[in-house]
Design a binder for this molecule. Structure first.
Ligand SMILES: [Zn+2]
Length: 228
């Protein structure tokens, strides 16, 4: 008790716990809760219902709370540039656009796409490396068109949280729910592991909506010599 008396936050938590779990003493303890809290809120559990956001992102001067699905998933990835980043062959990208990823991931992607083509399946990349700066720009541009942060963040990673910062991730086309219905997705499910690509957000994962189009190259050092 001596330690908590010097910590207002802990004291409040202790008091709210007492309020919740000792209903017989509710009247007496709730008086203690109110007296220990400068807020006029009469119900102690109010402090549990609306916890302060633990992580925030700032976009165009406004700070927003990071949704629960992304909490604890901020990536510490330095910005990448050429020559570490290399261009994906245009014939493997949607509309032959300039898309870059790290060389090792690109090489594995090229081998994988060639094998898929032999099986009659076309893999086309829709997106690759994106910096946190670019991710923020996506939000700014869409919010200027009237979309809210809360709406966008349901399916776009907040700046600093996207795996596309790593340079080892690609989105295949179409980059939406329809991809799961394509032969490309079926083929990837069967063969991508042979090329060290895996789904980051598979169906029915506990933390995040399914993103069938989003695949990450992840090669353990011990496997580097075995993958051809
Ligand atoms: Zn993605």
């Amino acid at each position: 008790m001596n330690t908590v008396t010097h910590n207002t936050q802990n004291k409040k938590l202790l008091m709210t716990s007492l309020c919740r779990f000792m209903p017989l003493l509710f009247c007496i303890v709730s008086v203690g809760c109110v007296s220990a809290t400068p807020s006029p809120a009469p119900v102690a559990s109010a402090s549990i219902a609306a916890p302060a956001p633990e992580e925030t992102v700032t976009i165009d001067g406004t700070t927003y709370p990071v949704p629960e699905a992304w909490i604890g998933r901020k990536l510490n990835a330095p910005p990448l540039k050429t020559p570490a980043l290399v261009r994906i062959p245009p014939e493997l990208t949607k509309d032959q656009t300039d898309i870059y990823i790290l060389r090792e991931a690109r090489d594995a992607l090229v081998r994988m796409a060639a094998r898929a083509q032999e099986d009659g399946v076309s893999l086309r990349v829709d997106s690759g490396y994106r910096s946190a700066w670019y991710q923020r720009k996506i939000f700014i541009n869409l919010m200027k068109k009237g979309r809210s942060f809360e709406d966008l963040v349901r399916y776009v990673a907040p700046p600093g949280y996207s795996e596309h910062m790593l340079g080892t991730v690609v989105d295949f086309s179409p980059g939406n729910w329809r991809f799961a219905k394509t032969p490309a997705y079926t083929w990837l499910r069967e063969h991508a592991g042979e090329y060290a690509f895996s789904e980051t957000y598979p169906e029915n994962n506990r933390h995040h909506p399914w993103e069938s189009w989003h695949w990450r190259y992840r090669l353990p050092a011990s496997d580097r010599d075995r993958i051809k």
